[in-house]
Design a protein around this ligand. Structure first.
Ligand code: NAD
Length: 488
């Protein structure tokens, strides 16, 4: 049930010109079919220089546009995105392996929602007239653009994560140099085309393509990047934080989405929530449930409900098939990591209740079934590091304090969730959980686009908040103070 897709050959966009003179190219392969979808140009560090120069040149004019001029462009971008929704979603489904009807299309809807947030955010951007000790003086403090933003994205939500950076950065009056993940640059290219089609002036958004270790490293070291916005793994985030230590940063990094099922939980609701959190994006979301802590009083009953929920509500297959709820994993290294973590758990005493190995009969070896493991302990690889697959490892706990201690000891601090029928108990738990976001009786992946999204500082999940207007006010603009003496 495949869909037609013309080959895409991605090129950098610099200062309004699509260019790839004398660059090597690399094919991009689909995790769905194994076939080549097109290719990307591999930019070298000269392109970091060229893109930053172009963005710096455009920064003055763009920062002087009124917010109403910016809003006019964003309204057009939304229209173009809506018109090209199925085309872009088709590329996402092929590049990422995401189910087409809801998840791949949903990324375009999310992108439109982030532009809506940017529109509201820049329209409401407030300054202050502060009192002065001198009667003839007026003290203004108001928000101004920082300059040029380098924005680097992962492959798991290629459009949504890009727009989380681009929309508030542009709304704040900054120019942008964007680097998508190499394996999802084709869909990212279509996003950039939409902004160009909507009339964004040349140089305001620049696209570079290629390997992060080459072009991303050069971009983040360069001091002409006034802000570095990064979403990706904790390991890369640490390199970038060091490169850009003297500049504003927003880092959205890894997570393990701890979900805690207390003994008074509604087990059906909890099973539904865990399956959602572990199978959205085939378990390859930063907030996916990878640490599932179940009170021993309900451990066996919950495990049985979870297996039933998996069997009744999930189906792995072709992302374009209407029956499919989950496509393949996106890449081989993720599939190897998932297999290694599951093997390690089994070797150390865990039991597979359902799933446990890749499915056969598909065009690639990347189709993993939802997998439920019991008997998981805290010393296993699967409990300690991000697995990034549809695996639900159930760990036994005796108390909520034990659950809170396990969450606290984890490297990550992004999103957690607790299930209990006692709402007061749930809220107290959420307040104490050492994560930037904590949900009660909702899955760890649950959020809304106007809410702050990010990790607790001091842990490995990053710093700063995306979504809503938080990145716009906290990172992509800064306060400027002007004192005027009006004279007599
Ligand atoms: P990654 O860190 O491997 O790559 C992310 C981006 O960084 C890519 O564009 C890559 O080209 C670039 N890059 C690689 N090395 C670089 C370097 N030395 N300098 C500059 N850029 C470099 O991550 P990934 O595998 O693409 O994405 C998956 C990870 O992203 C997971 O850990 C996931 O949890 C995380 N993630 C976090 C959030 C969040 O909001 N917290 C959202 C989505 C994904």
């Amino acid at each position: 049930m495949t869909r037609q897709l013309p080959e895409i050959h991605a090129r950098p966009l610099i200062g309004g010109e699509w260019t790839d003179r004398d660059l090597e190219r690399r094919n991009v392969y689909s995790p769905v079919t194994g076939a080549a979808l097109g290719s990307i140009a591999l930019c070298d560090s000269r392109f970091a220089d060229m893109a930053l120069s172009a963005a710096n040149r455009a920064a003055g004019d763009w920062s002087h546009t009124t917010v109403f001029e910016r809003i006019e462009v964003f309204e057009k971008v939304k229209q173009v995105l809506a018109a090209r929704r199925d085309e872009i979603a088709t590329v996402i489904a092929y590049e990422v392996g995401k189910e087409f009807a809801h998840e791949s299309r949903g990324e375009i809807d999310e992108a439109i929602a982030h532009f809506d947030e940017a529109i509201t955010g820049c329209r409401d951007l407030e300054g202050r007239l502060l009192p002065s000790a001198v009667p003839s003086c007026r003290n203004y403090a108001y928000r101004v653009a920082r300059g040029t933003v380098v924005a680097i994205q992962p492959w798991n939500f290629p459009i949504a994560m890009a727009v989380q950076h681009i929309a508030p950065a542009l709304a704040g009056g900054n120019t942008v140099v964007m680097l998508p993940a190499p394996t999802t640059t084709l869909s990212a290219t279509l996003l950039v085309e939409c902004l160009v089609e909507a009339g964004l002036p040349a140089g305001v958004l620049n696209l570079v393509t290629g390997d992060g270790a080459v072009i991303g490293d050069a971009l983040t070291r360069d001091e002409r990047a006034d802000v570095v916005a990064f979403t990706g793994s904790t390991a890369t985030g640490r390199l970038i934080a060091a490169n850009a230590h003297n500049r504003a940063q927003i880092l959205e990094l890894g997570g393990n989405g701890p979900m805690v099922i207390l003994e008074d939980a509604d087990l059906d609701k909890a099973a539904e929530g865990v399956v959602m959190s572990s199978t959205v994006a085939s378990g390859q979301a930063c907030t996916s449930a990878e640490l599932i802590l179940v009170h021993s009083e309900v451990y066996d009953a919950f495990a049985a409900r979870l297996v039933a929920e998996v069997e009744n509500t999930t189906r792995v297959g072709d992302p374009f098939d209407e029956q499919t709820t989950m496509g393949p994993l996106q890449n081989e290294s993720t599939a190897i990591k998932v297999a290694t973590h599951v093997r390690d758990a089994i070797d150390n005493g865990a039991k597979v209740l359902t799933g446990g190995s890749p499915l056969t009969g598909f065009d690639t070896d990347l189709y993993w079934p939802p997998t439920v493991l019991t008997g998981v302990t805290n010393d296993m690889l699967i409990s300690r590091s991000e697995t990034f697959g549809p695996v639900m490892p159930l760990q036994r706990i005796e108390s909520e304090d034990e659950a809170l201690a396990i969450i606290d000891a984890s490297e990550y601090g992004l999103a957690s969730s607790v299930y209990t029928r006692d709402i007061g108990r749930g809220l107290r738990f959420a307040e104490r959980a050492s994560t930037g976001m904590a949900n009660v009786n909702l899955p760890s992946v649950w959020s809304e686009y106007h809410l702050p999204f990010g990790g607790r500082s001091g842990k490995g999940s990053g710093t700063g908040r995306v979504q809503g207007r938080f990145a716009l006010t906290d990172v992509f603009t800064e306060l400027k103070t002007i004192i005027v003496d009006l004279g007599q």
